[in-house]
Design a protein around this ligand. Structure first.
Ligand code: AMP
Length: 399
């Protein structure tokens, strides 16, 4: 594999798999968060500046059965033109077939062609080789810059690789940066290395926790999943979120951590509510002694301090998942306190990587996105990377 940065794309048609799966307003279909688009811009610009042309392919949303206007990539063309400083962006109403072939063939140096949503074809997610071959025929080289879908073995993210010689496959600049940040945390972490794992369910995060037990010095567990750990240890958690079938798993994580000398930090206290609502009555309680009829919806003030102390002495930080129901204003204090502590630790020299939809949303919402070292564009992909799995979208470029 040649390095993308070193390759000169002059007079080449570069077929790039990007992740333009951006959220659109249901009514107006305007883009509500363009992070994924802006993240791909440096890769596109490098090729155009070299004197090449670009063919972009992506999915958008989850169309069920063929084309649906609300999932058309047509809606993002004007914004793409703006992000590319007025470059010519053409659009093909179908990602394969005559129109796409024709428009790709006539693409001039400095121009961009955006193909219609790949997922209008079932073949994309099935990883169909014939479909991948048709896409591959449109470009001279293939670039994977879609970290957000790197954990999928789809036609455009992995299967397509076989139709390009190794020297014609590249990672884009976004993919390079994502992999470098993840590698730094996973394999080159300076210690102490603290992983903050939050969110709703233990079952979703168990594999990442197990893998982190091999690498981290400290693991902070917050959010709804903390209560399964509390109950497993004999605590009283009222009507807090709990996965009864994961109690043994929680105990086994604690035992493994102890055997390996990894410190597990659970929230000592919680903000509790009598209802799952922002208008509920609230109080605070020890996280292992929540009264009947009440539920923990955020970490408490003591837990904020406890976690902040751990983060302040950390040199590497990974954050995935919120500390509470941060979507409701009365239960976002804990997540905000952690975001602040991660930002402060970063200012003091720690390397911090934030990934996973909700923690990224929280960091953005509280205005800390430029105060952490790296904000990943990958949710599921980043999780699987940290679970120790090989991602098909990365393996395909390297093979
Ligand atoms: P995940 O997708 O697993 O990272 O979980 C994120 C979701 O967990 C968010 O929507 C939070 O509102 C929710 N969550 C966090 N803490 C709690 C809690 N204590 N009780 C219920 N839900 C929670």
């Amino acid at each position: 594999m040649t390095s993308f940065a070193q390759h000169n794309f002059a007079n080449q048609k570069a077929l790039i798999r990007v992740d333009f799966n951006v959220p659109l307003d249901k009514q107006t279909l305007a883009i509500t968060d363009d992070t994924r688009m802006t993240a791909a811009v440096p890769t596109i610009k490098k090729i155009l500046n070299d004197g090449g042309s670009v063919i972009l392919m992506s999915h958008l949303g989850r169309p069920k059965d063929g084309p649906e206007d609300k999932y058309s990539l047509r809606h993002i063309v004007n914004h793409l033109i703006k992000l590319l400083d007025g470059a010519t962006v053409k659009f093909a109403n179908d990602c394969i077939g005559e129109e796409a072939i024709e428009k790709a063939a006539h693409l001039q140096v400095g121009e961009v062609l955006l193909l219609e949503n790949l997922r209008f074809y079932k073949e994309e997610e099935k990883g169909d080789a014939d479909f991948a071959k048709k896409l591959a025929a449109l470009g001279d080289v293939w670039i994977n810059d879609a970290f957000g879908t790197a954990h999928r073995a789809h036609a455009s993210t992995a299967v397509i690789a076989q139709f390009f010689a190794p020297e014609k496959r590249f990672f884009g600049l976004l993919m390079d940066a994502e992999v470098a940040a993840a590698e730094k945390v996973l394999h080159k972490s300076e210690k102490p290395f603290t992983a903050i794992i939050g969110g709703a369910k233990v079952s979703d995060k168990i594999l990442i926790i197990e893998n982190l037990l091999e690498r981290a010095t400290d693991i902070i567990i917050g959010g709804g999943m903390a209560y399964t750990f509390m109950k497993a240890q004999g605590g009283h958690i009222g009507k807090s979120l709990c996965e009864e079938d994961r109690l043994d798993m929680a105990l086994s994580v604690l035992a493994k951590a102890e055997a390996k000398g990894v410190n597990i930090h659970l929230p000592s206290d919680s903000v509790i509510a009598d209802n799952f609502s922002n208008d509920a009555n609230t109080s605070t309680a020890p996280s292992n002694n929540i009264p009947d009829g009440w539920m923990g919806l955020d970490i408490g003030a003591m837990a904020c301090q406890q976690f902040t102390n751990v983060l302040h002495r950390s040199k590497t930080i990974l954050w995935n998942g919120p500390m509470g129901v941060f979507e409701m204003s009365h239960f976002q204090h804990g997540t905000k306190a952690i975001a602040t502590a991660v930002a402060e630790a970063t200012t003091n020299g720690a390397f911090s990587l934030v990934g996973g939809g909700d923690s990224v949303a929280a960091v953005n919402q509280f205005g800390y996105n430029d105060k952490v070292s790296y904000v990943s564009t990958g949710g599921g992909a980043l999780l699987e990377y940290f679970e120790g799995k090989q991602l098909p979208g990365i393996a395909a470029v390297n093979s």
